[in-house]
Write a protein that binds this ligand. Sequence first.
Ligand SMILES: [Zn+2]
Length: 118
Amino acid sequence: MRYRVCVADVFSAAHSIRSHDGVGRYIHGHDFRVRACARTDVLGAGNIAVDLKALEEALKDITGRLDHKYLNEVFGVEDLSAEYIAEYVLSELRKTVRSVFLVEVCSNEGRYCVEVSE
Ligand SMILES: [Zn+2]
């Protein structure tokens, strides 16, 4: 694809990965940085590849649902990983912006990042 357009947001939440051998099994929190990218081959009206405002609003809607929550409870899972968050955000975003193909979720001030793509 010729054009890739990305937006980013941050939300704060708690999680745990209970089957993890390390400290990740205990409830702890992060400021999760989320980046979502859409792609297209052609420019639309205004020579714009992707409506940035629509993409940004869609991402903020999703991160707003997760902000200041205990994510294991939100999703009803024992092991709530950054990969799980990325899959959820990608799936939810694609309901409104079909050209979204990649979501990255980072924790620990961006030192640990996971990426999921179509
Ligand atoms: Zn964590």
